[in-house]
Design a protein around this ligand. Sequence first.
Ligand SMILES: Cc1ncc(COP(=O)(O)O)c(C=O)c1O
Length: 463
Amino acid sequence: MAIANITEEPILTSEVDRRHILHPFTDLSVMEKAERTVIVGARGNYVFGEDGRKFLDGLGGMWCVNIGHGRNEMADAIADQVRRLDYYSPFDDLTTPAMATLAAALARHAPGSLNRVLFTTGGSTAADSAVRIAHHYFERIGQPSRRHIITRDRSYHGSTYLTASLSDRSYCEGWSRESGFIHHISAPGLYRRPDNMSESEFTDYLIEEFESKLAELGVENVAAFIAEPIQGSGGVIVPPSGYLRRMREVCRAAGILYISDEVVTAFGRLGHIFASQAEFGIVPDMITTAKGLTSGYIPLGGVIVSDEIYERMCSPGSYFNTGFTYSGHAVACAAALKNLEIIERERLCEHVRAIGPLFEKKLGELRDLPLVGDVRGHRLMMCVEYVADKTRKELFADETRIGKRIWRHCQKRGLLVRPLAHLNVLSPPLTLDAQEIEFVGDVLRAAILDTADELVREGIKVA
Ligand SMILES: Cc1ncc(COP(=O)(O)O)c(C=O)c1O
């Protein structure tokens, strides 16, 4: 698409992008030369490129467009809110109907006594706020030594200084990170667990590792454990059954807060508004969320805290020293309310529970292909892991860019997936239907086969 350049001839979007945009999580030296895919429109489960190409959105934007693209009623809800009240401060005693109504709706859906919401600008600011709230809570209850936060390898909690530090350590390679009070334990990934361990032995191992870490740090020094119910960006790691429940029990026994990062897993992705209790049987002390909260139409996040935490924070002498200009932005909250209404009216959670097994089955059939080491995930949160050697689970060299290669072949055939090193991740809109599931599986199959041929032609060994 040509866009106006005030000094010269019109120039292409991709060229302007090359000159001025820093794309998140990219190799800038590669981006200097890489082509751009310019997306100019979207409707339903599809997005459109500037060259008129149509793609099935296998990623739901970035794990977020849960209700599908281009909904007129979302546009109307957003426009109506702008006309009625664009923005007003959430500070002190000021509020808006949209913010208050949305908070009540979240409290209704959240498990246990999670009844109070601090709205944030996205998922990173939600996780960042949750950790700050945990520290403040322990100050208030007279346990200020509780500073340490336990997180896991292959997690992703965001891109602020604090949440990048909470994420897998690779996110801070070449960058600075907080390491004084943040500690990593193993990810509960079954595919790469030690060869000689059964699933239940592996779960025992993970729980023991957690307990050892607590003993090493001293329980009285640990504030919180933070965990995505299914680790998304780390490669859709579905924990072994019972693992989250046992981790929750350890936290409770040790007086440690459990923060469930539901930035991806909420708002229908796993077939529930929140997955922590409905899918995994745990009631955390805090839930962080974003993304599907507005289906990505407008940025919004939030951290929902339990009554226990709230009551301690509202004792005399306490001051809730956090928040954002855009906490509870009226337009974002109006979008979230409409989003929730659509999810409920169209019974999208029920739909995901019904079609999720078809998606798992169709993608699972890829296991017999060369390159495919593992297919995993749950319902509409799935991932394919590629390996150079299926028996030994050996990865390709980084420069093979296996995930990117397959992604390119998918694009050529009209499907967008997410390339993440040696993985392709899928989290399509919840409105995906059975025919589209067939399409996704068939395109991935063809793209993997094309890629395997390409590798053989290049003399790269595939076993
Ligand atoms: C589990 C999880 N937490 C937090 C974040 C950060 O959210 P945001 O990019 O909205 O700041 C993400 C983003 O992918 C995420 O997947």
